[in-house]
Design a protein around this ligand. Structure first.
Ligand code: NAP
Length: 278
């Protein structure tokens, strides 16, 4: 099948961690800090709550006012850092523009940073040391592993250099011996790079931007983008246009996003283990 529906992969991976979680000496807790009442963040939180319920993990949502002061959020994070029963802490995106996201993220204890966004976890990823890895990057590696896609001898091109997706993915792929080119909005003649890609990964947030002209014949295409057109979800790739040219493609919905939520709980379990071993 050309379309890599990731729902089945997710179910298998989820069941693997469920077996481990069921054997733990206590229930895991993930705390989500939500600031304001953004519609997208409500959707992401609901997805996490559903999976947490299946995995028998506590979700503690700290819902803060849109106008909350940064100092108050920092105090809350400190309390959570010091609470031994809290395994993971997430600042749900998006947050109001007046807040300094990096400052908030870096207040989180690296061992509880299940989004992998603290400087400590970013540095460890760059140095190829064991760390909590950002969920979307890890999801993509899991898709390759599940489908026995050997990335070592492939020419991989990523479009998008965000802190959340492109940069951690670049590091994770090179740690796994891939050869990677990272493109972005200032890349001149993007198509010249994408046409060389055995594996093309797109995370730009531009609906159906990538058409068949950008793609090498028989390429594997990983579409990370999640966009909405007329209330329907679509990716950064025009799937109908490219389908005859690719060997595999992840769809939107039911692609990478399926695994991203799972990775949050994979990291929550990992965070528990890291603290236990200390
Ligand atoms: P972001 O922070 O807005 O970054 C977008 C990146 O794309 C930037 O590096 C930007 O370049 C680059 N870009 C934008 N337009 C471009 C163009 N025309 N050509 C080449 N590069 C271009 O976005 P993000 O947080 O990485 O998210 C990207 C997309 O992935 C969004 O649709 C988001 O919803 C989705 N997403 C999905 C998942 C999932 O689980 N599936 C998880 C996270 C995000 P510059 O740096 O030069 O500005």
């Amino acid at each position: 099948m050309k379309i890599l529906d990731c729902r089945k992969i997710k179910l298998e991976y989820v069941d693997n961690i469920k077996k481990e979680i069921d054997k733990l000496d206590r229930k895991l807790t993930l705390t989500i800090i939500q600031i304001g009442n953004n519609e997208a963040s409500n959707i992401y939180i609901n997805q996490k709550c559903k999976l947490a319920s299946y995995l028998n993990i506590n979700i503690d949502i700290k819902k803060l006012d849109y106008n909350v002061e940064e100092k108050e959020i920092l105090n809350i994070i400190n309390e959570l850092n010091n609470n031994d029963l809290v395994d993971g802490i997430i600042i749900q995106l998006p947050i109001p523009d007046n807040l300094n996201l990096s400052r908030l993220q870096n207040e989180i204890l690296p061992e509880k940073d299940v989004d992998g966004m603290t400087y400590v976890n970013k540095a460890k990823l760059i140095s190829n040391e064991e760390s909590l890895i950002p969920c979307t990057a890890k999801a993509i590696i899991d898709i390759f592993n599940y489908n026995n896609i050997d990335i070592m001898n492939k020419n991989i091109v990523i479009i998008g250099r965000s802190e959340l997706v492109g940069k951690p993915l670049f590091n994770l792929l090179i740690n796994n011996n891939a050869t990677v080119t990272l493109c972005h909005s200032k890349t001149n003649n993007l198509i010249q790079y994408t046409k060389q890609a055995d594996i093309l990964i797109i995370a730009i947030g531009k609906p159906k931007y990538i058409t068949k002209e950008y793609i090498k014949k028989d390429a594997i295409v990983i579409d990370v983008g999640i966009n909405r057109i007329d209330n329907k979800l679509c990716g950064d790739v025009d799937l109908d246009d490219v389908i005859d040219k690719v060997s595999f493609i992840t769809p939107v919905p039911n692609g990478v996003g399926q695994l991203t939520t799972y990775e949050v709980f994979y990291n929550t379990l990992k965070a528990y283990k890291i603290r236990k071993e200390k």
